[in-house]
Design a protein. Sequence first.
Length: 141
Amino acid sequence: MVGGFSRGYDTSRLVERLNADWYDLAVSSGLFDHRREFLVQLPQGIRSDQVALRHLHSGNTAPALWTRVRLLDCWDMVGRGASSAFLGVHSDHPGFGMMALDGGAYLEASTGETDSPYVNREFKERIAVRLAGRARGLPGH
């Protein structure tokens, strides 16, 4: 499944709307388990969008570091989370990857230009292959 959303920086109540969009996508993609737990990719230093894109296109296959988290009732991923420098650069500028515990869903939150279908194509293809392999290995698939 592929999905996404985008909001302009001039959107009123931007953080609130981005949080709502993120939550809807996370639920519809199956990111959360029954306890609302999932994996978050640990930051490897704060990088600009351009540095992150160069890293993706460099062929660098260094393993990602992940940690298990639980979404609490008082969550604010795009506001307080992004401003912590753990989930982004500052409020309304998220930058983090997420994956379901069973590997069945992968989401990425970032800021920047609207992607064309050709940007990060190889990375998207690797994720699609991984998700397809996981889906085949799940009971009932």
